[in-house]
Write a protein that binds this ligand. Structure first.
Ligand code: ARG
Length: 567
């Protein structure tokens, strides 16, 4: 249910009676649950506008709400806040049945660009963040009933591919069985050959020209390279359990045919101009260090196209062909300016109409505990496959230590779910815009705001139902204890939280909500015996436990994290 909206509707009427209809209603959670379930902020501002005493106005509103509809209590606090307590009857009625999340009445077509690694190299930690965050956002949007089109904008084009193809040919010549196992190493070796051997460098350049002119033989080699590299990425995707499919791949190369049109149209519209032989879009909205309009280069001297050119073509495709009404780009914050320029120029070119929103969903850098960007000890980029394998290994050891009786098969299964869940949750539970510290011990802890804690909370709920025997699933909720009521309020907030994730693309709202829910459940579980209770109370508590389990499972699933029945 949309709890905030339901409550706001009632509060709006109280505002009208108090003579401030139309004032915004700001509902927040009070700092201390003792003070109530919600707090109205904003009466003070409204009082100022109409020249009334804030406390008196707040009192009018409180009198209007107290004991009516959803509210069991309404009290003035501070300089004009109104603390609200929801009535147990209202809570019970709203929670009857199941979770009941409504599909949106106004579905968007949302194109979400995430993961999008460069295929010349091994996927690195930056793409881990994009993959995890993008996947979760896409799940939430889809769940709420939007049409979601996932796009994996892989970097599969550019001069480095000439070098890589040349090196691939060389390796295969010496060894027909050659298998590309380590992309990172392969790239490094190719680069060394390129820097040290002039003949090799010439060949690489020749391949670039051939690729660009559509030479079938060289294209076939390029395709072979891209295929191997994509398989590497897919190995990571499989371990992460991403929703991304091969059909979602729309790499940079897929826009090649439109790049000339992009430049021509930008010129015809007076947006791109000549600057030292290059084609540049100058935008007043962005100033360079000298205070002049910053240059957005769309074509190099000599005619080469750039990342930006491709993104214009891609924009035209996502709006024109895919019919996107909301475009999300889940990319490292360091590309913020690129996307700002892209969006602004696209609006001017008419490729991004008024009614389509384009949103840069930036994220910070993954750091090590020593405060430096996450690297191997020797300073190399960490291969994602290795990182994920290590997560599973560590988690498997952990669950074995915790429960030595587990069979090998179970330990591995649980280790996988906990290990991958921990890596994902550590990322998703932080505000994505900040840098975050990757710390094995923290993320694998069974205490605190971690995946293992939440997964464990879920198994705890399941363990209740293993022992339950008969109970009345249809029973009405009887919410007498404060913790029963608080848990009920928390359960009812789920849809609002999903809505805010959908609007803001901040998955940590969902993560923090689930943590709060699990914490409340564990307090409820300590304070209110479930199986030992009797009759209506027992059924009611079971119902609360069941709803908590469902919410945890569904919420974690929307973060891309699996649950277990035992661990
Ligand atoms: N391949 C780029 C990188 O690794 C990210 C691409 C993001 N998407 C886009 N449409 N530019 O940095």
């Amino acid at each position: 249910m949309k709890l905030q909206q339901t409550l706001s509707n009632q509060i709006e009427q109280a505002f009208a009676v108090a003579g401030i209809s139309g004032s915004p209603i700001v509902l927040q959670s009070p700092k201390d649950a003792k003070h109530g379930d919600f707090q109205i902020n904003g009466v003070m501002g409204a009082a100022k506008k109409v020249g009334q005493n804030p406390r008196e106005l707040a009192q009018k509103i409180a009198d209007e709400l107290n004991g009516k509809g959803a509210f069991a209590g309404a009290e003035v606090a501070g300089l004009g806040f109104v603390n609200l307590r929801l009535s147990p009857e209202f809570l019970a009625q709203q929670l009857s049945g199941s979770l009941n999340i409504e599909k949106t009445a106004t579905p968007n077509t949302i194109v979400i660009d995430y993961s999008s690694p460069n295929l010349a190299k091994e996927m690195h930690v930056g793409h881990l963040r994009s993959s995890i965050i993008g996947d979760s956002i896409s799940r939430v949007l889809e769940f709420l009933g939007h049409k979601v089109i996932r796009q994996n904008h892989v970097g599969d084009w550019g001069t480095q591919f000439g070098m890589l193809v040349a090196y691939l040919v060389e390796q295969q010549k010496d060894n027909a069985e050659f298998k590309l196992a380590d992309l990172e190493q392969f790239y490094r070796n190719a680069k060394i050959r390129f820097d040290e051997d002039a003949a090799f460098a010439d060949l690489a350049r020749e391949y670039v020209v051939k690729l660009q002119s559509g030479d079938e033989a060289v294209l076939a080699l390029w395709r072979q390279f891209v295929e191997i590299s994509l398989q590497h990425a897919e190995e990571v995707y499989a371990k992460l359990g991403l929703k991304l499919q091969r059909a979602d791949v729309a790499g940079e190369s897929s826009y090649n045919a439109d790049l000339h049109n992009v430049i021509n149209e930008l010129e015809a519209k007076g947006l791109a101009v000549d600057s030292d032989g290059a084609k540049v879009v100058f935008l007043d909205e962005f100033k360079n260090k000298e205070g002049e309009p910053a240059a957005f280069i769309v074509q190099k001297q000599g005619g080469g196209f750039l990342y930006a050119t491709t993104d214009f073509a891609c924009m035209r495709y996502r709006v024109g062909k895919l019919g996107g009404t909301r475009l999300l780009y889940v990319v490292d914050t360091r590309q913020d300016l690129h996307f700002k320029q892209l969006f602004t120029a696209s609006r001017k070119a008419g490729w991004l109409p008024e009614n389509v929103s384009a949103e840069f969903i930036g994220f910070g850098t993954m750091m090590s505990k020593d405060g430096k960007p996450f690297k191997t000890r020797s300073g190399d980029t960490v291969k994602l496959v290795d990182l994920l394998d290590e997560a599973v290994e560590r988690a498997t050891k952990l669950v074995r230590d915790k429960n030595p009786k587990l069979s090998d098969l179970d330990a591995v299964k649980i280790g996988e779910t906990v290990g991958i869940g921990a890596v994902k949750y550590a990322d998703l539970s932080k505000n994505r815009t900040s840098d975050y510290v990757f710390d094995w011990d923290n993320m694998l802890s069974f205490e605190g705001n971690t995946a293992p804690y939440l997964q464990y909370a879920y198994t705890r709920v399941q363990s209740v139902f293993k022992k339950v025997g008969d109970w009345n699933v249809q029973a009405a909720l009887k919410l007498e204890q404060p913790l029963e009521q608080q848990l009920a309020v928390e359960l009812l907030k789920f849809e609002d939280v999903l809505q805010s994730v959908a609007e803001t693309s901040f998955p940590h709202y969902l993560a923090n909500y689930l943590y709060q829910l699990a914490t409340l459940f564990s307090r409820f579980y300590e304070a209110c015996p479930i199986l030992k209770a009797e009759g209506d109370v027992r059924d009611s508590r079971l119902k609360l436990a069941q709803l908590t389990g469902e919410t945890l499972k569904m919420g974690l699933d929307l973060l891309g994290i699996d649950v277990l029945d035992v661990m």
